[in-house]
Design a protein around this ligand. Sequence first.
Ligand code: ZN
Length: 175
Amino acid sequence: MAVLSLRLYPDPLLKSPSVEVPRITGAIEQHIRDMIESMHAFPRCVGLAAPQVGIPLRIAVVDVSKHPKTKHHHGLIVLVNPQLLEGSGERLVREGCASVPDYTGNVQRFEKVVISAWNERGRSLTLRAEGFEAVALQHELDHLNGLLFLDRLAPQDLFPRKRYGRFRRPHPGSQ
Ligand code: ZN
């Protein structure tokens, strides 16, 4: 296991669509373990996509269970080759991203989503999520398509992250 180094905006890998995983191999399993460890090591990180740690593959991990905004969640989620099947409802959400540490922004997202993917063993799964977890999932799927939250907002909806002393404000989580 290893904590991987984080790619920061404007690293070109963050703007590139990632490649499908053809099958689960030992190397893919290792990537997933390292991504989980990295997500839990980065402060307030509730999701991580493989290109954020230099891996140009369609893999994401999400865990919003410890975030104060969370009401409903599935705990740790591993998604390989995820696809958004359905989205419904709308909400404007203040988002942050570990790869864009100095800003947050108001982004329009679906309130509820249905996502299909493989899990870490290559089994197909269908996930229904809502609220903060649904937003985190949409944010990570964007990363796999080379999109950042910066690409989804108007300039007036971008805000410098406020800092209080040595600590950043606790909301929103970084994804
Ligand atoms: Zn992000």
